[in-house]
Design a protein around this ligand. Sequence first.
Ligand SMILES: Cc1cc2nc3c(=O)[nH]c(=O)nc-3n(C[C@H](O)[C@H](O)[C@H](O)COP(=O)(O)OP(=O)(O)OC[C@H]3O[C@@H](n4cnc5c(N)ncnc54)[C@H](O)[C@@H]3O)c2cc1C
Length: 562
Amino acid sequence: MLTPDEVKTVSLFSMLELKDLVQLARTSEDIHLCAGEFAVHEGGERALFAVLSGRIEVIKLFDGIERRLGWRLPGTIFGEVPIALGTPFPGAYRAAEPSRIMRIDTRHYYALAALCPEVAARVGALARERLGGLQGIAAQPSKPRVIIVGQRWDTSCSDLRRFLARNQIVFDWLTPDSPELASRWPGSPPRNEDCPVLLADGTVTQPTARELARALGLQTTARLDDYDTVIVGGGPAGLAAAVYGASEGLRTLVVEREAPGGQAGTSARIENYLGFPGGVSGDELASRALQQARRLGAEILVTRSVERIDPTTRELFLDGAETIRARTVILATGVSWRRLAVEGFDRLIGKGVYYGAARSEAETTNGLDIYLIGAGNSAGQAALHFANYARTVTLVVRGSSLEKTMSQYLIEQLRGKSNIAVKLQSEVQAIHGETSLTAIDIREQASNSLRRYDCGGLFVFIGADADTNWLPGAIARNSRGYVLTGSDVLKNGSWSHSRDPYLLESSVPGIFACGDVRLSPIKRVASAVGEGSMAIAFVHQYLQRDAASSTEPRVSPQESRS
Ligand SMILES: Cc1cc2nc3c(=O)[nH]c(=O)nc-3n(C[C@H](O)[C@H](O)[C@H](O)COP(=O)(O)OP(=O)(O)OC[C@H]3O[C@@H](n4cnc5c(N)ncnc54)[C@H](O)[C@@H]3O)c2cc1C
């Protein structure tokens, strides 16, 4: 409980009359923080804080790495910039030692500012001063964490670039003949046969994605032997499950074979996700979700695949012979792009031909004429994004219109771009190029003509299927690999237990499925997030009801940490 005398120790409030001090003491939150506890996170809701005792450090994440920007000591305030500009917190504030702070919400701050304009003037002046410092920090070029040297058409180099981009690690890419190499690379420049070579904290020659992940300090192995829930897949569904699982006290592990974010991470702009009126890029959404899941205590392994699940023991077998035991499993493995049946196509994958498109690929199409196959929303979004880089973007569409498959808002945006063309009733029949893609043949159905076009990049978006062949037969799926849950499991006759399956439960009790991998007509970020969070509610029900009465192997946390 705050007293007026304590409030008065804050220099901003020292000139307030007793009645205002009493009012502030009554309406402010009195917060006691342990060392390491956050007063507010980066991006947090605006409010004004004052330090009463202890020490608060100001931190900000740059390229996923925390940097300390300063301190707030007793008698000082923080939150003046969000208050003055109406923005979220640009950095985080964390107690460096046991500390006591007061928090004034915006409503009470404005009431005080109306009564005492001097407070508002001083907060405004402080905000202007701090903005100068923030501008200085923002103006500093972000130093790349990694420099990668490799050839453009070397698929191992493009895989590593894609991995870095998907994991939001700032990197510079130089080709071995780049004039900058001599000044940027310490010592003698790497030899062609050693490429791709990376400079992170040290030099790494031809690393696999996992070696690179380790070199960058990303988690690739589990800390425990068993978990309350293991989530397979780190897309929106998996990350939502991780946030809810960890925040509700479950020992939660996510295993992601590439990078967190899933398909959504490759989307240039998600316009329809609630709470982002201006839209949000997939990697921004993924990075926020990842930070949130980690902060709440979920472990997230990258570059690891689950290759097998034993439905009886609920053991998960990861690539590289690691086994993890889970009391419950959540399948959130999404979908993979359907392959195009064109002869010689696979030979040029990564060398001008791509399935889907990472945002980072857009820069490599600068000034080129590129082609996208597909008529869905993902093709439309990618076309809009690429049109800002490529000279021309052509959508090759088998059907006679886009209206049946693409949202109207995207069709209208495509029409507004002068360098985007749509070729209806057309199909790519062949691709050409020795070391990389140079041209494609397109057949136009109406005239039955076949024409060759120079092509600087071909991106395929022809739909996706669930890639679940690795799952045990006991987990019922449909002919296209989608996992049956709830009433579909009952209808299919693959449920043999006394109770009915939970809504998101597969044919194996305690194994759940959510998001795109689940048999359902809805494939959206919002539904994946909703299902991921719902899955955790069913995990709790399962653990309370079934696991307690089953012979499930239990391991104490102490044993499991060995
Ligand atoms: C380009 C594009 C644009 C889109 N735009 C929108 C949009 O604007 N609005 C919208 O609502 N939806 C959009 N979508 C659809 C949306 O992204 C998906 O519905 C959503 O990402 C599904 O989430 P998920 O978590 O179920 O699966 P995914 O996002 O597919 O994630 C699954 C994850 O599981 C991992 N994984 C798979 N198998 C394994 C394994 N065995 N072991 C470990 N990890 C594994 C994968 O690497 C992947 O990261 C778009 C999709 C694309 C491709």
